[in-house]
Design a protein around this ligand. Structure first.
Ligand code: DC
Length: 222
Protein backbone atom coordinates (compact mmCIF):
# COMPACT_ATOMS: atom_id res chain seq x y z
CA UNK A 1 0.00 0.00 0.00
CA UNK A 2 1.43 3.34 -1.06
CA UNK A 3 1.00 6.40 1.16
CA UNK A 4 1.75 9.89 -0.09
CA UNK A 5 1.27 12.73 2.38
CA UNK A 6 0.84 16.30 1.15
CA UNK A 7 0.69 18.98 3.80
CA UNK A 8 0.89 22.74 3.58
CA UNK A 9 -1.04 25.97 4.03
CA UNK A 10 -4.35 26.77 2.34
CA UNK A 11 -4.27 27.69 -1.33
CA UNK A 12 -0.92 26.04 -2.00
CA UNK A 13 -2.70 23.90 -4.58
CA UNK A 14 -2.63 20.70 -2.52
CA UNK A 15 -6.02 19.47 -3.64
CA UNK A 16 -5.64 20.16 -7.39
CA UNK A 17 -2.19 18.59 -7.37
CA UNK A 18 -3.15 15.59 -5.24
CA UNK A 19 -6.26 14.95 -7.31
CA UNK A 20 -4.23 14.92 -10.54
CA UNK A 21 -1.49 12.72 -9.07
CA UNK A 22 -4.14 10.26 -7.81
CA UNK A 23 -5.66 10.04 -11.26
CA UNK A 24 -2.32 9.51 -12.99
CA UNK A 25 -1.20 6.87 -10.50
CA UNK A 26 -4.57 5.14 -10.08
CA UNK A 27 -4.69 5.67 -6.31
CA UNK A 28 -7.25 7.30 -4.00
CA UNK A 29 -7.16 11.01 -3.24
CA UNK A 30 -8.20 11.86 0.31
CA UNK A 31 -9.10 15.46 1.11
CA UNK A 32 -8.91 15.57 4.92
CA UNK A 33 -9.80 19.28 5.11
CA UNK A 34 -13.31 18.29 3.98
CA UNK A 35 -13.74 16.39 7.25
CA UNK A 36 -12.91 19.43 9.40
CA UNK A 37 -15.12 21.54 7.14
CA UNK A 38 -17.99 19.10 7.68
CA UNK A 39 -17.62 19.34 11.47
CA UNK A 40 -17.42 23.14 11.13
CA UNK A 41 -20.56 23.16 8.99
CA UNK A 42 -22.51 21.17 11.55
CA UNK A 43 -21.36 23.29 14.48
CA UNK A 44 -22.32 26.47 12.66
CA UNK A 45 -25.72 25.04 11.67
CA UNK A 46 -26.33 24.42 15.40
CA UNK A 47 -25.63 28.09 16.11
CA UNK A 48 -22.51 27.37 18.17
CA UNK A 49 -19.85 30.12 18.04
CA UNK A 50 -16.49 29.11 16.63
CA UNK A 51 -14.83 30.34 19.80
CA UNK A 52 -16.98 28.05 21.97
CA UNK A 53 -14.74 24.98 22.28
CA UNK A 54 -16.96 23.36 24.91
CA UNK A 55 -20.07 23.79 22.75
CA UNK A 56 -18.21 22.37 19.74
CA UNK A 57 -17.12 19.26 21.66
CA UNK A 58 -20.74 18.74 22.83
CA UNK A 59 -21.83 18.56 19.17
CA UNK A 60 -19.50 15.64 18.33
CA UNK A 61 -21.80 12.78 19.50
CA UNK A 62 -24.48 14.15 17.16
CA UNK A 63 -22.21 13.85 14.12
CA UNK A 64 -21.74 10.84 11.85
CA UNK A 65 -19.30 11.35 9.00
CA UNK A 66 -18.97 8.93 6.13
CA UNK A 67 -16.52 9.20 3.24
CA UNK A 68 -17.39 7.60 -0.08
CA UNK A 69 -15.69 7.53 -3.45
CA UNK A 70 -17.52 7.68 -6.75
CA UNK A 71 -15.61 7.87 -10.03
CA UNK A 72 -12.49 9.08 -8.31
CA UNK A 73 -14.27 11.89 -6.47
CA UNK A 74 -14.52 12.03 -2.70
CA UNK A 75 -17.87 12.69 -1.11
CA UNK A 76 -18.37 13.37 2.54
CA UNK A 77 -21.74 12.66 4.12
CA UNK A 78 -22.83 14.44 7.26
CA UNK A 79 -25.49 12.38 9.02
CA UNK A 80 -26.36 10.85 5.66
CA UNK A 81 -26.39 14.10 3.67
CA UNK A 82 -23.86 15.08 0.99
CA UNK A 83 -23.14 18.77 1.58
CA UNK A 84 -21.32 19.29 -1.73
CA UNK A 85 -19.79 22.74 -2.16
CA UNK A 86 -21.56 24.17 0.88
CA UNK A 87 -18.48 23.24 2.92
CA UNK A 88 -16.32 25.46 0.66
CA UNK A 89 -17.88 28.76 1.77
CA UNK A 90 -15.32 31.17 3.31
CA UNK A 91 -17.20 31.20 6.63
CA UNK A 92 -16.99 27.43 6.82
CA UNK A 93 -13.22 27.68 6.16
CA UNK A 94 -12.90 29.80 9.31
CA UNK A 95 -15.08 27.36 11.27
CA UNK A 96 -13.02 24.42 9.99
CA UNK A 97 -9.83 26.08 11.17
CA UNK A 98 -11.36 26.83 14.59
CA UNK A 99 -12.71 23.30 15.19
CA UNK A 100 -9.45 21.77 13.97
CA UNK A 101 -7.55 23.31 16.89
CA UNK A 102 -9.61 21.28 19.38
CA UNK A 103 -7.96 17.96 20.38
CA UNK A 104 -11.32 16.15 20.73
CA UNK A 105 -12.22 17.06 17.14
CA UNK A 106 -8.88 15.78 15.85
CA UNK A 107 -9.30 12.53 17.81
CA UNK A 108 -12.85 12.21 16.46
CA UNK A 109 -11.59 12.29 12.85
CA UNK A 110 -8.44 10.22 13.28
CA UNK A 111 -9.78 6.70 12.60
CA UNK A 112 -11.77 7.80 9.55
CA UNK A 113 -8.53 9.02 7.97
CA UNK A 114 -6.36 6.05 8.98
CA UNK A 115 -9.01 3.51 7.93
CA UNK A 116 -9.04 4.83 4.36
CA UNK A 117 -5.24 4.61 4.17
CA UNK A 118 -5.30 1.07 5.59
CA UNK A 119 -7.59 -0.12 2.80
CA UNK A 120 -6.26 1.84 -0.19
CA UNK A 121 -3.11 3.28 -1.70
CA UNK A 122 -3.61 6.98 -1.07
CA UNK A 123 -2.42 10.49 -1.63
CA UNK A 124 -3.79 12.38 1.34
CA UNK A 125 -3.72 16.14 1.76
CA UNK A 126 -4.06 18.15 4.94
CA UNK A 127 -2.01 19.78 7.66
CA UNK A 128 -0.80 16.90 9.83
CA UNK A 129 -0.72 13.95 7.46
CA UNK A 130 3.07 13.51 7.51
CA UNK A 131 3.40 14.36 11.20
CA UNK A 132 0.41 12.59 12.82
CA UNK A 133 -1.97 10.70 10.53
CA UNK A 134 0.51 8.77 8.37
CA UNK A 135 3.90 9.12 10.11
CA UNK A 136 5.27 6.22 8.04
CA UNK A 137 4.12 7.53 4.67
CA UNK A 138 6.39 6.50 1.76
CA UNK A 139 6.59 10.11 0.57
CA UNK A 140 5.96 13.33 2.50
CA UNK A 141 5.69 16.66 0.77
CA UNK A 142 5.14 20.09 2.29
CA UNK A 143 3.71 22.23 -0.48
CA UNK A 144 3.70 25.99 -0.10
CA UNK A 145 3.65 29.25 -2.06
CA UNK A 146 3.71 32.97 -1.37
CA UNK A 147 0.66 34.50 0.36
CA UNK A 148 -0.20 36.47 -2.78
CA UNK A 149 0.00 33.48 -5.11
CA UNK A 150 -2.14 31.42 -2.76
CA UNK A 151 -4.78 34.14 -2.26
CA UNK A 152 -5.02 34.67 -6.02
CA UNK A 153 -5.57 30.97 -6.63
CA UNK A 154 -8.11 30.69 -3.83
CA UNK A 155 -10.03 33.75 -5.10
CA UNK A 156 -10.19 32.27 -8.61
CA UNK A 157 -11.26 28.88 -7.27
CA UNK A 158 -14.10 30.33 -5.19
CA UNK A 159 -15.30 32.52 -8.06
CA UNK A 160 -15.32 29.48 -10.34
CA UNK A 161 -17.64 27.84 -7.82
CA UNK A 162 -19.95 30.86 -8.19
CA UNK A 163 -19.07 32.59 -4.90
CA UNK A 164 -18.67 36.35 -4.84
CA UNK A 165 -15.43 37.04 -3.01
CA UNK A 166 -12.84 39.80 -3.11
CA UNK A 167 -9.10 39.18 -3.16
CA UNK A 168 -8.37 41.33 -0.08
CA UNK A 169 -10.86 39.41 2.09
CA UNK A 170 -9.54 36.08 0.86
CA UNK A 171 -5.95 37.15 1.58
CA UNK A 172 -6.79 38.44 5.08
CA UNK A 173 -8.80 35.36 6.06
CA UNK A 174 -6.16 33.06 4.59
CA UNK A 175 -3.41 34.66 6.67
CA UNK A 176 -5.56 34.43 9.82
CA UNK A 177 -6.41 30.79 9.15
CA UNK A 178 -2.78 29.83 8.41
CA UNK A 179 -1.66 31.48 11.61
CA UNK A 180 -4.33 29.55 13.62
CA UNK A 181 -3.36 26.29 11.94
CA UNK A 182 0.39 26.80 12.36
CA UNK A 183 0.36 28.00 15.94
CA UNK A 184 -2.15 25.68 17.55
CA UNK A 185 -0.98 23.39 20.34
CA UNK A 186 -2.10 20.09 18.79
CA UNK A 187 -0.95 18.85 15.38
CA UNK A 188 0.22 22.25 14.15
CA UNK A 189 0.45 22.67 10.38
CA UNK A 190 4.20 22.29 10.07
CA UNK A 191 6.42 20.19 7.83
CA UNK A 192 7.43 16.76 9.10
CA UNK A 193 11.22 16.59 9.62
CA UNK A 194 11.44 14.09 6.76
CA UNK A 195 9.17 16.01 4.36
CA UNK A 196 10.42 17.46 1.09
CA UNK A 197 9.66 21.20 0.92
CA UNK A 198 8.19 22.24 -2.41
CA UNK A 199 7.59 25.93 -3.21
CA UNK A 200 5.20 26.13 -6.15
CA UNK A 201 4.73 29.93 -6.29
CA UNK A 202 6.08 29.96 -9.83
CA UNK A 203 4.89 26.52 -10.93
CA UNK A 204 1.69 25.57 -12.73
CA UNK A 205 -0.47 22.73 -11.44
CA UNK A 206 0.95 20.47 -14.19
CA UNK A 207 4.54 21.34 -13.25
CA UNK A 208 3.81 20.68 -9.58
CA UNK A 209 2.17 17.35 -10.45
CA UNK A 210 5.28 16.35 -12.43
CA UNK A 211 7.53 17.36 -9.53
CA UNK A 212 5.45 15.30 -7.09
CA UNK A 213 5.43 12.24 -9.34
CA UNK A 214 9.20 12.51 -9.83
CA UNK A 215 9.62 12.59 -6.05
CA UNK A 216 7.36 9.59 -5.58
CA UNK A 217 9.33 7.63 -8.18
CA UNK A 218 12.60 8.57 -6.55
CA UNK A 219 11.43 7.72 -3.02
CA UNK A 220 9.78 4.41 -3.90
CA UNK A 221 12.87 3.27 -5.81
CA UNK A 222 15.07 3.57 -2.74
O1 DC B 1 -7.47 22.01 3.51
P1 DC B 1 -8.67 22.89 3.90
O2 DC B 1 -8.46 24.34 3.62
O3 DC B 1 -9.93 22.38 3.29
O4 DC B 1 -8.80 22.73 5.48
C1 DC B 1 -9.73 23.43 6.25
C2 DC B 1 -9.19 23.59 7.68
O5 DC B 1 -9.14 22.32 8.32
C3 DC B 1 -7.79 24.17 7.79
O6 DC B 1 -7.82 25.57 8.01
C4 DC B 1 -7.16 23.45 8.94
C5 DC B 1 -7.97 22.20 9.11
N1 DC B 1 -7.26 20.98 8.75
C6 DC B 1 -6.46 20.40 9.70
O7 DC B 1 -6.32 20.93 10.79
N2 DC B 1 -5.85 19.22 9.44
C7 DC B 1 -5.98 18.62 8.26
N3 DC B 1 -5.37 17.44 8.04
C8 DC B 1 -6.76 19.21 7.24
C9 DC B 1 -7.38 20.41 7.52
Amino acid sequence: MLQIAIDGPSGAGKSSVAKAVAKKMGIVYVDTGALYRTVGYYVRSRGVARTDAEGIVKCLPEITIEVRYAEGAQRVFLNGEDLGDRIREPEISMYASAVSAIPEVRAFLLDTQRDIAAKNSVIMDGRDIGTVILPNANVKIFLYASNEARAERRTRELREKGMQVCYEDVLREMIERDSNDRNRAVAPAVAAPDAVLLDNSALSVEQTVDAVIALVEEKTKE
